[in-house]
Ligand binder design. Structure first.
Ligand SMILES: Cc1cc2nc3c(=O)[nH]c(=O)nc-3n(C[C@H](O)[C@H](O)[C@H](O)COP(=O)(O)OP(=O)(O)OC[C@H]3O[C@@H](n4cnc5c(N)ncnc54)[C@H](O)[C@@H]3O)c2cc1C
Length: 324
């Protein structure tokens, strides 16, 4: 069966991979020829953190998010499975208790336990939470790997918007607002730092009542620092947000004060009102959208559901039939 995919962000690439796995002949349309800064997916932290996200997200994020690490592994993407560690500064200690009450699958660490996991944080926090089941990946490397692999598997990539006829999967992210009026943008700002003075083995979340921060280690001494969550679809990087992100990194470890500021970025996450994704069917077109904070976490499950709906006639969770 022939299928068309609009958009080569994380949603479109995951859908294309699921369709190819089911024997479809797939063409992907995206005016940008390769994954890059034009797409929201480029700016992600790459955390596959269903437990931590369940502090504020609905139950399906927790359940379906558990598919993600294995799925990315199967695509040949490097997935780091070292868990997530959660800390809070002295004045925000109650945030750690609140976080523990609202999540499951974590274990408490004392100062020695934290030092054993992350030696560079030794002596900085007297307790922490650790979620051993979580994982992370480098989102840019994952997107580029998946795109190249799909091309090798025979998928055609056309550098045009495309208005195909027949079975179509619309994964245009926020650009699909022309058809999906309740899709909105939620701005996320991030920074990339480089430091040879600190080593972290896993994402660290620093709880804070206003701006919870995470730091995701990447190769070559790079750290992705994220992320704000602002009800806006503008992509400006505000001084306030950058100050808050950098201050939080400095509070986590003063070595970040000497780090090189490599990049500051922002994009608007596509989100529906309930902050859950949707598969929407309108005639021959399936819309896969609203991945919000969970593009890399939920796109594998959404892509599977969309492919099953189109090819097997199932009704996926998050399905909105003929919604308009
Ligand atoms: C700072 C930040 C941190 C984040 N961290 C994480 C994280 O740690 N873990 C996680 O899981 N998620 C994270 N996210 C969320 C994740 O990035 C998004 O949910 C995800 O990128 C949405 O992907 P998408 O494919 O729907 O949209 P996009 O990535 O925006 O892709 C849409 C694509 O559609 C293309 N397009 C536009 N118009 C057309 C057209 N007319 N025809 C064809 N193609 C078109 C665009 O060029 C683009 O390539 C983060 C987001 C931000 C901003």
């Amino acid at each position: 069966m022939k299928a068309h995919v609009l958009g080569a962000g994380v949603a479109g690439l995951c859908v294309a991979a699921e369709l190819v796995a089911r024997g479809c002949e797939v063409t992907v349309f995206d005016p940008a020829p390769r994954p890059g800064p034009h797409g929201c997916s480029w700016w992600a932290g790459g955390m596959l953190a269903p437990v931590c996200e369940s502090e504020t997200a609905e139950e399906p994020v927790f359940r379906l998010g558990h598919e993600a690490a294995d799925w990315w592994d199967r695509q040949g993407v490097t997935v780091e499975r070292r868990g997530t560690t959660v800390v809070a500064l002295g004045r925000d200690r109650r945030e750690l208790d609140r976080f523990a009450r609202r999540t499951r699958g974590h274990e408490w660490l004392d100062a020695d336990g934290l030092a054993a996991l992350e030696p560079d944080l030794a002596g900085r926090f007297d307790r922490a939470l650790h979620v051993p089941s979580e994982a992370h990946l480098d989102p840019r490397a994952a997107l580029l790997h998946l795109r190249d692999r799909l091309e090798r598997d025979g998928v055609s990539f056309i550098a045009e918007p495309g208005r195909p006829e027949g079975l179509t999967f619309d994964c245009r992210g926020l650009a699909a607002r022309d058809v999906l009026p309740d899709l909105r943008g939620v701005k996320g700002e991030m920074a990339v730092l480089r430091s040879a003075d600190i080593r972290l083995s896993r994402p660290i979340r620093l709880l804070h009542p206003r701006i919870p921060l995470y730091i995701v280690p990447r190769a070559d001494g790079l750290f992705m620092l994220g992320a704000t969550q602002i009800e806006s679809d503008d992509r400006r990087r505000s001084v306030r947000s950058v100050l808050e992100l950098l201050s939080a990194a400095y509070a986590l470890h003063p070595a970040f004060g000497e780090a090189e500021l490599v990049e500051i970025g922002a994009d608007a996450r596509p989100a529906f009102p309930e902050n859950l994704p949707r598969v929407i069917r309108l005639g021959d077109t399936f819309y896969v959208n609203g991945l919000f904070r969970h593009g890399f976490l939920l796109a594998p499950a959404l892509a599977r559901m969309a492919a099953e709906a189109a090819l097997d006639g199932t009704t996926p969770e998050f399905c909105h039939e003929d919604h308009s």
